[in-house]
Write a protein that binds this ligand. Structure first.
Ligand SMILES: O=c1ccn([C@H]2C[C@H](O)[C@@H](CO)O2)c(=O)[nH]1
Length: 150
């Protein structure tokens, strides 16, 4: 746990659990909540928002990222995310991780020279969490740096 905001982790985790209760998921009935901690100490939340045209569904993590950027935030430290919990104990210890698309979107708004990596708190419905990082979840990632010209 990073000491710089250790006192904020509990709040971050509980805010992602609260955000999950706002999910609009009539098709999957799989609510997901996310909460982002900015460098300034703000917490921005998101939930999954589904659509009758299924592919238009937006995940909780991406909802939170879009919202944070739209509200003027640019420096991010950590994200906590929670789902309903995986049904079987052998599925990732019941921790639900961000989908691949969300991992790529998190990569986009990673801040080089400022933390440089996201801390990710995979959160169970009971509030217990496991700390990981975006670099662990998305190794050898494609990133904006690859588009830079020499
Ligand atoms: O990382 C993820 C994975 C899935 N979902 C949502 C999308 C859909 O509404 C539901 C089932 O896939 O869960 C998220 O919000 N985040």
């Amino acid at each position: 746990m990073r000491s710089a905001y250790a006192d904020k982790v509990h709040e971050l985790v509980s805010r992602c659990l609260q955000a999950r209760d706002l999910a609009y998921c009539p098709y999957s009935r799989f609510p997901v909540g996310a909460a982002i901690l900015t460098a300034e100490g703000a917490i921005i939340t998101g939930c999954n928002v589904e659509n009758a045209s299924y592919g238009l569904t937006v995940c909780a993590e991406r909802t939170a990222v879009q919202r944070a950027v739209a509200e003027g935030h640019r420096r991010f430290l950590a994200i906590a995310a929670t789902g309903r919990g995986a049904p079987a104990p052998d599925i990732r210890d019941r921790f639900v991780g961000p989908c691949g698309a969300c991992r790529q979107v998190l990569m986009e708004v990673r801040v080089p020279r400022f933390g440089s990596d996201w801390t990710v708190y995979l959160t169970k419905p009971d509030g217990t969490y496991k700390e990981t990082s975006l670099s662990e979840l998305l190794p050898l990632a494609f990133s904006p740096e690859h588009l830079k010209l020499n």
